[in-house]
Design a protein around this ligand. Structure first.
Ligand code: FE
Ligand code: FE
Length: 177
C-alpha cells in the first residue's frame, strides 16, 4: 500500500488498520482479518477515475447512476475486486468489508461494521463533526456508532448538496430502528 498510495492516504490506511484491530478485540472478531481489511480497504483509492471505470467495464462490475457521476465511489467495489485479483484475498467477509466500507449495506457482518466505523473514526480524521462522541460510542455500541455515522454522512451530503448514494440510505433504513 505504501507503494501505491500517496503519503496522506497511506497514513489513513494505517490508521484504519489499527483502529479496526482495536475494534475487533472489543467485538470478538478476528483481529488479523480486521487488519487485512483495514489495510486493503482503500487499495483502489489512488487510481484515476478512468482506471476505475475501465476496471469495472473489463470485469463486468455493475456501475450505478450515482457511481457513474461520482466514479470515486467505485473505489470500494473496485477495491474488493483488486483485493481478490491482485492481493489474493479469498475470505468473502474481508472482501465484503472492503466493498461496503463507504455506503454500508443491509445485514452487515461484524467485520463489515468494524471497517466502516474504523474508516470514519481513525486518528487521522479531524474534520467530521461529533468525532469525540462517535469514537467513544464505537467502543460501547458498534451498531449505534454505525447509525450515528450514517446520519452524519447523510446530513452532511444533504447540506452540502453532494450526491447521496441510495445504498447509504438503504443501510440507514436497515439500522435506524
Ligand atoms: Fe474509502
Ligand atoms: Fe478510507
Amino acid at each position: 500500500m505504501e507503494k501505491i498510495q500517496d503519503s496522506k492516504r497511506f497514513e489513513h490506511t494505517l490508521g484504519v488498520e489499527y483502529t479496526a484491530a482495536a475494534l475487533a478485540m472489543r467485538y470478538d472478531c478476528d483481529v488479523r482479518d480486521a487488519q487485512i481489511a483495514g489495510l486493503l480497504h482503500d487499495c483502489a483509492k489512488c487510481l484515476t477515475d478512468e482506471k476505475r471505470l475501465s476496471i469495472c467495464k473489463k470485469n463486468k462490475i455493475p456501475i450505478t447512476a450515482v457511481e457513474k457521476k461520482n466514479p470515486f465511489l467505485l473505489h470500494a467495489k473496485v477495491g474488493a475486486h483488486l483485493a481478490y485479483k491482485e492481493y489474493g484475498i479469498r475470505n468473502p467477509d474481508i472482501l465484503n468489508a472492503i466493498r461496503s466500507h463507504t455506503t454500508g449495506r443491509q445485514n452487515m457482518s461484524t467485520l463489515e461494521k468494524i471497517v466502516f466505523v474504523a474508516d470514519y473514526i481513525e486518528p487521522g480524521r479531524i474534520h467530521a463533526p461529533n468525532l469525540a462522541e462517535i469514537r467513544k460510542l464505537a467502543f460501547v455500541d458498534l451498531d449505534k456508532a454505525l447509525v450515528r455515522i450514517l446520519k452524519d454522512t447523510l446530513d452532511y451530503l444533504r447540506a452540502s448538496g453532494g450526491d447521496v448514494d441510495p445504498m447509504t440510505e438503504e443501510t440507514w433504513n436497515c439500522y435506524n430502528k
